[in-house]
Design a protein around this ligand. Sequence first.
Ligand code: NAD
Length: 549
Amino acid sequence: MPDSVIRVLLIEDNPLHARMLRGFLESLTTPAFPVSWEGSLTSGLNRAAEEDFDVVLLDLVLPDSRGLDTFLRWKANAPQIPVVVLTGLDDMALATRAVENGAQDYLLKNQITAALLSRSLRYAVERVWARSEEWDSPMFRVAHQQFLKAAQFMGLDDNIRQRLLFPQRTQVLSLPFRRDGYDQVETVFGYRVQHVLTMGPTKGGVRYHPSVSLGEVAALAMWMTWKCALMGLPYGGAKGGVRIDPRGLSRQELQRLTRRYTSEIIHIIGPDKDIPAPDLGTNAQVMAWMMDTYSEQVGHTVPEVVTGKPVVLGGSVGRKEATGQGVIFMVEEAAKHLGMDLSKSTAVIQGFGNVGSHAAHFLEELDTTIIGISDVSGGLYNDKGFDIEELRQYTAENGSLEGYSECDRISNSELLELSCDILVPAAIENQITAGNADRIQCKILAEGANGPTTTEADEILNERDIFVVPDILANAGGVTVSYFEWVQGTQNYMWTLDEINSRLRKIMTRAFHEVLHRADRDDLDLRTASLIQGIERVTKAKLKRGLFP
Ligand code: NAD
């Protein structure tokens, strides 16, 4: 934090409350909280236009503005100043909506103490500063918004809430690797982030993609924590990645890059510490190189250091297909719940990599007609349905879906808006936004990708009664079979594909119904219910373990 003075603008029309809050703020010294007071939104906005403030304490019910509108008007006019909302017990729902829309925190007026006020304001400023200076990414903002919303619904202990907002351990690297000519060295950025170290080793994929950043990896690590907890796996969340487009690398370059990345993070990974797996832009071969590099360094073969490796090296049967398979297990449960017949349904899938191609294959096995499919080269549409095996062969031979005939070419954004029963985004994040959510025309949205839907879009989809199976539930099949792979590795005992799939279905189906029950009972959307289930487990573990020292 750069400063020891935090300038507060208090916008509160009740003079008694204002006096109490000013009293608290003026009693604080490290940092000091010089405070200016305004009694209406208009005068507050005028003041903010004339003077610099670090944070605003905003009552949402004012003489010239009421409810969420107060927050939205503030945000539209002074977006750079973090907001802590003041709320009464009777308008908690309003505070939740303000946090969903970007407020940093909320305080219950009748429970405020000087210490609580100081911490909330400091953290609001710190969080904005840390996010913009260190962690900023659209994905991290979404992960924070989702977490804060769930934390509010469940009344999460404030100490735990603060602890879970940022990862516990982070490694930022710049790493070199040689290009094929051996005269040119590329230096690229890499990351490994471990969000929660409480539950056991951490677990999470490694992505190679040009948009990888600290904020993106941190968001993905956070989601991994909730996902593992929701599935009841003994892991905390982690994620790693390198900011590079792997399509521009030869096989040898990819290998050198992977080995160097592994050796740079070697002291924080290990079968009992942190276990990487494939993600966007990486695959079983990359895991084999990671495992080999680690094993070379420690002097013996350690297959359990990664999951998602080739079966011949101790990988699990069914792991490659597991994420796509899990997505479709969840689609089956959702369809049962909604009374839909999948053999008479249509589906659209964005992304034809590991998750998308397997999801398409398993849907095809259920006789669902896949009318739209896409990859980075664009989308394909055929109302008669695609032959998925043929598309797989085509991409294996040509590298992508580009040039595939016998269908109409459409863009990725047109694809998402096709009328269908099931939509599976299985490519990248931020695909369904406030800009297109009202044109999405499916009954079930099953999130194969991580973070494909923004918070604003979520709200629109909920209002339109689209059944959203959120990422931390829908794509949890990958990490669950990774867990099976790790267990098989540590026990040196291999399971059959039937054992893998029936255990996977059992675990995911249990989680689905627990989430559904929670959502019905507490009148929540499935995403918030899933997050709460996961956060609750982590919270219990943290409270039981206690705080060192
Ligand atoms: P992948 O690299 O195997 O495939 C990604 C696919 O998305 C490719 O077909 C690519 O062409 C396409 N794509 C890339 N950019 C695109 C764009 N801008 N528009 C449309 N398509 C685009 O990756 P994957 O392992 O299948 O991962 C996909 C998503 O699923 C990611 O969000 C990942 O985090 C998530 N996920 C993967 C796993 C796993 O086990 N692999 C597990 C859980 C979640």
